[in-house]
Design a protein around this ligand. Structure first.
Ligand code: GDP
Ligand code: MG
Ligand code: ZN
Length: 291
């Protein structure tokens, strides 16, 4: 009879050595050579099947992102600081759309609320069905609020460098000691080129990964959202799209477009729509170039 198969979640990969957490303990494993031929690269977040400290297979993935390489994400926490750096809404909307496209729940965490106003961000994002948490370290329920969101899920933190991702991890009260601000700034950009990812195990249950910044956060080039599918990734548009005059409305500038009208009437945020239009143009160009 074959040896009993163990399985666990890959939490770290360093130099071809995988850390796998299973109910039976934590194992340092190598991946079997067959993976290289089949072009399967085990990702952090994958459920791995083990035999004698060797990964012999991985379970089918729910989803994955390429950079940092992570699989089976339940949610992406977009960390948005009120200032230093100020929010990059075009990039935020782009990544929210990609998350929606991949079926990964987007969550926004607003940080540095002690330094500047955050009403503008709330105004745009609090009423479009995206979970939003205001992280205020002056209140002693900050950790509790964050833990509630991360509880039992596999999450990744992303957002501009300096937005406060690592600070947020350290604030969870789990004894993490992630490098924050000062150090990375001194050493400059080069430091952020690391392509590895690590899942931190949360006391509240679940795992969370940190990323250095938006610049290194990338999904597969091949699943750029097609222009026809883009409006489906901007959820608040859906209440209007079937009222447009033309069936093939792009919702960018057409006469009789109910989305454009909703923007004019103040029901849809101008900035969300502007960022949609930019993405739509990008998608359009890509298609023409491909043909
Ligand atoms: N005043 C204030 N500073 C913060 C807050 N969150 C993070 N910081 C500071 O911002 C800098 C960058 O934070 P860090 O967590 O390293 O950002 P990361 O690049 O997103 O990981 C550090 O000096 C932090 O102490 C906040 O809510 N308020
Ligand atoms: Mg950081
Ligand atoms: Zn329209």
């Amino acid at each position: 009879m074959a040896a009993e198969k163990k399985s666990g979640i890959i939490t770290k990969c360093l130099g071809g050595l995988y850390t796998v957490e299973s109910p039976d303990g934590v194992f340092e494993c190598k991946a079997r050579g067959v993976f290289r031929n089949k072009k399967i690269v085990p990702y952090v977040g994958d459920t791995a099947y083990l035999s004698e400290n060797v990964i012999t297979g991985i379970a089918e993935r729910k989803n994955c992102i390429i950079r940092p390489p992570l699989a089976n994400l339940d949610q992406i926490i977009f960390v948005v600081s009120t200032c230093e750096p100020s929010p990059n809404l075009p990039l935020l909307d782009k990544f929210i759309a990609i998350a929606e496209y991949k079926g990964i729940k987007p969550v926004i965490a607003v940080t540095k609320v002690d330094l500047a106003q955050y009403e503008a961000i709330l105004q745009i994002y609090s009423k479009i069905g995206i979970e939003l948490v205001v992280v205020d370290y002056r209140n002693n329920d900050a950790a509790e609020k964050l833990n509630k969101i991360l509880n039992g899920k596999i999450s990744v933190l992303t957002g501009n460098s300096g937005a406060g991702k690592s600070t947020l991890l350290n604030a969870l009260g789990d004894g993490f000691n992630v490098e924050t601000g000062e150090i990375s700034r001194k050493l400059g950009r080069g430091r952020h080129t690391t392509r590895t990812a690590e899942l931190y195990k949360l006391q509240c249950g679940g795992y969370v990964a940190d990323t250095p910044g938006f610049s290194t956060f990338e999904t597969n080039k091949y699943d750029i959202i097609r222009k026809e599918e883009l409006c489906g990734c901007f959820h608040e548009f859906s209440a209007y799209t079937d009222k447009c005059r033309f069936r093939d409305c792009s919702h960018t500038c057409e006469k009789g477009c109910a989305v454009v009208q909703a923007v004019k009437d103040g029901y849809i945020s101008e900035s969300r729509h502007r960022n949609y239009c930019v993405m739509y143009d990008e998608a359009k160009q890509l298609k023409e170039w491909k043909l």
